[in-house]
Design a protein around this ligand. Structure first.
Ligand SMILES: [Mg+2]
Length: 258
């Protein structure tokens, strides 16, 4: 039977993960119930990207049957899960559902997407889910979880492509539909706030507001317009155009370093 590994970056007790597991418990495929195990960070790790913990040991605890916490990052969880905790490698890695969108430039900062990328590096197809929220208005994680479970069941029924790596974002309101969209640029404005440190000197908060580029084919535009965005990602960051450019900066660098 197809086995799922669930993880997230909001922590093992986060609503997005518990709602998703509950939705999977209610779902079934023609093969039977959806088979999953959970390995998720003990504490929230949002914004840690694909970081690994290399200079201290990691400790795993059983939360309940089939659920483990690891005191590290989401990518730590994927590695410890796949290589140590699970009795066999998973066929699909599911990360989320993150509380808050992971759109455009966010994907390299996101622990949610980072875990999916880590799964992909280990040869496991992966899908990351995130839910938009608004200030002072809780997001409907139950609805997101039902949608995510439907998507997962559909993947299990269709068969999962080996190289699959998908980033899915749910809009705040009930979705109007689905758009396959590219990652958009989404730089943050006023992203560092300086304050006086009561212990002396200054301290800095990384906050800021994203300013998405104004093109309708982006993931941010899809979610802005009330659609679910699905973005297929590539784990290969190589700029293939630059490799073949004869008039770019590379020939000069090659000459300088020869
Ligand atoms: Mg998060």
């Amino acid at each position: 039977m197809t086995r799922l590994l669930l993880t997230n970056d909001d922590g093992v007790g986060a609503a997005g993960l518990t709602c998703l597991a509950a939705a999977l418990d209610r779902a079934a495929t023609t093969q039977g119930p959806v088979d999953y195990q959970v390995v998720a960070p003990l504490h929230e790790q949002s914004g840690c990207g694909q970081a690994l913990t290399l200079f201290r040991p990691l400790r795993a605890r059983t939360v309940r049957e089939g659920w483990f916490s690891v005191d590290g990052t989401p990518s730590d969880c994927v590695n410890v899960g796949v290589h140590a905790l699970l009795d066999r490698p998973p066929d699909l890695l599911v990360s989320g559902i993150n509380y808050g969108v992971n759109l455009g430039d966010d994907v390299t900062h996101s622990g949610t997407v980072g875990a999916a990328l880590e799964g992909r590096l280990l040869g496991i197809p992966a899908i990351a889910f995130s839910q938009e929220y608004r200030k002072a208005q809780p997001a409907d994680m139950e609805r997101a979880a039902d949608l995510a479970a439907r998507a997962i069941v559909s993947l299990l029924e269709q068969g999962i492509p080996d190289r699959m790596l998908l980033n899915v974002n749910f809009p705040f309101d009930p979705p109007r539909g689905v758009r396959i969209a590219r990652l958009g640029r989404r730089p943050y404005r006023n992203s560092v706030v300086q304050q006086d440190d009561p212990r002396g000197g200054s301290m800095y908060w990384l906050v800021g507001k994203p300013e998405p580029e104004r093109h309708d084919d982006t993931d941010a535009a899809a979610v802005r317009d009330g659609y679910i965005s699905i973005t297929p990602l590539s784990a290969d960051l190589t700029d293939r155009e630059a490799i073949s450019e004869e008039d770019g900066v590379l020939p000069g660098l090659v000459g300088a370093l020869r």
